[in-house]
Design a protein around this ligand. Sequence first.
Ligand code: OAD
Ligand code: ZN
Length: 247
Amino acid sequence: MLPQGLMDALLNAERIVALTGAGISAESGIPTFRGSGGLWEGYPVEKVATVEGFERDPELVWRFYDERRRNIAAAKPNDAHIVLAKMERLYDFWVITQNIDGLHQKAGSRNVVELHGNIWRVRCTECGRVGYNYEVPLKEIPPRCEKCGGLLRPDVVWFGEPVYDIDKAYSLAENCDVMLVIGTSAQVYPAAYLPRLAWSRNAKIVEINPQETPVSRYADFIMRKMATEAMNEIYQELLRASQEERE
Ligand code: OAD
Ligand code: ZN
């Protein structure tokens, strides 16, 4: 059973935005960051996810990312990613993700804003050249720029760095009818500000997360479920409603 009123909100919506975090990829076998067993538990953030850490020990940082690239290369999109991709056919639909795993695109989503970059992209610290590198495992650690021989870094956002495409994200949040907030602890800014912004502009906020988060305080609808289960339920109901409309 969906929360009371959620179907009406979805059926009346024109533009829907999904803000996703590590929780949506958890069921694809990619660990989340916070909490027990989280990725940050085994690795001090300041060593592997800051510019200072990278400058001190690029090899360590690249070994950490090489590990994650192996894990992500082996992962498949799950039903939650797939339902979001299908929803692009029903709505003006956008995914704003904090994830760097590319699983939304793999599932078929085309309207994806990657706030924190992408793990398959590399950027030269000397000449700024950006390219893709899909080697698993990496042939050379740390990898070097083909053009200038400079040290490459993962083109992901580290702590203290500005996120990508924030203007696009703000404008989507300000101009949507429903925002689905899926699998994020909503602790990292500016991403965590987006649902609040959407809410302040009268969008209905739907939280999908087995745990409580700061979003829970103002969300209009809450599904305390795994992402795959919740998104399958939503999609089933949407299909049923569109069938009834046709009959
Ligand atoms: P977190 O690890 O902070 O939070 C993951 C959230 O997913 C938690 O609230 C869990 O309760 C929830 N969750 C776990 N399994 C789930 C499932 N199957 N279905 C639905 N929800 C589930 O991850 P993020 O919020 O994405 O940034 O973290 C945000 C950012 O912090 C990351 O992008 C990363 C990190 O530092 C950078 O590296 C820049
Ligand atoms: Zn270069």
